[in-house]
Design a binder for this molecule. Structure first.
Ligand code: SF4
Length: 279
């Protein structure tokens, strides 16, 4: 009998089949997470996956690590508490675009700034799938949702640029079309001390797809293939060529000391009485 650790060791197979629509990209991302955990051979009882709410918030049901199903937009708040109390654990926050950029927007930028050793895996499908396809803070300008039927008058956040300027140590983006890149980036992100973010552009054929002329999963995957270019190619493009395209790849990989390291460097193991600093 083989004792090799595989992604299946990290799946809660008793909860399958999953709840998502046919053609939803989320199963691909769950497999990517499980593959990374297997590659890193992380003991399941040393990993905590914290979720938010929405279709992607169901993902923790399908993982056999420790999991915590949080509230909308607060996955990073719970993850921060877990990591601060139990620094030896690998803490992964899984969030949708609403979780990350709308309801949890403030948690996201401050988690990146604080640089606590947490990995955020953001599944971005440009809409609120579970509640009927409303637009989110990442829906691109001009695109339709159930609440922007004539097109979105706002522009969407670029989550990678946001994480970058807020101070994250590792920032990367891939898609559910680029299946093999998902575990590669997640493995790098988990291995990197400090705050890491991997954004995975995902398919929601049920809402974003149908509302934007891509009713089938195949059409959505073809769209992703055309829409996304590598960072290297993107940088060579003119502003005109870049319009309506999305760069994927590794944006940031830096070694800023993570929060715990910095805190101990500044404080040692002793509490500093603030009155002593007033002399
Ligand atoms: Fe996936 Fe969209 Fe269906 Fe939700 S509504 S499960 S995001 S395809």
């Amino acid at each position: 009998m083989s004792t090799e650790i595989t992604y299946r060791d990290y799946l809660a197979e008793e909860n399958l089949p999953h709840f998502w629509c046919p053609g939803c990209g989320y199963g691909v991302i769950v497999r990517g997470i499980a593959t990374s955990l297997a590659e890193l051979k992380l003991p399941k009882n040393k990993v905590v996956v914290v979720s938010g709410i929405g279709c992607w918030g169901k993902a923790d049901d399908y993982l056999s690590t420790n999991t915590m199903h949080g509230t909308h937009g607060r996955a990073l708040a719970f993850a921060t508490g877990i990591k601060a109390a139990r620094p030896e654990l690998t803490v992964i926050a899984i969030m949708g675009d609403g979780d990350t950029a709308n309801i949890g927007g403030n948690h996201f930028i401050h988690a990146a700034r604080r640089n606590l050793d947490i990995t955020a895996i953001v599944a971005n499908n440009y809409c609120y799938g579970m509640t009927g396809g409303q637009f989110s803070a990442t829906t691109p300008a001009g695109k339709r949702s159930s609440t922007t039927v004539a097109g979105n008058a706002e522009c969407g956040f670029d989550l990678c640029r946001l994480a970058d300027v807020a101070g994250a140590n590792y920032v990367a983006r891939t898609t559910v079309y680029h299946v093999r890149q998902i575990p590669q980036m997640i493995t790098e992100a988990i291995s990197k001390p400090g705050f890491s973010m991997v954004e995975v552009l995902s398919t929601c054929p049920t809402f974003y797809g149908r509302l934007n002329g891509m009713a089938s999963p195949i059409e959505m995957l073809k769209w992703i293939r055309e829409y996304c270019v590598t960072i290297e190619k993107f940088e060579e493009m003119t502003a005109e060529e870049r319009a309506g395209r999305l760069a994927i790849g590794r944006f940031i990989d830096q070694g800023r000391p993570d929060f715990m390291t910095e805190y101990v460097r500044l404080n040692g193991n002793d509490q500093i009485a603030w009155e002593s600093l007033l002399a």
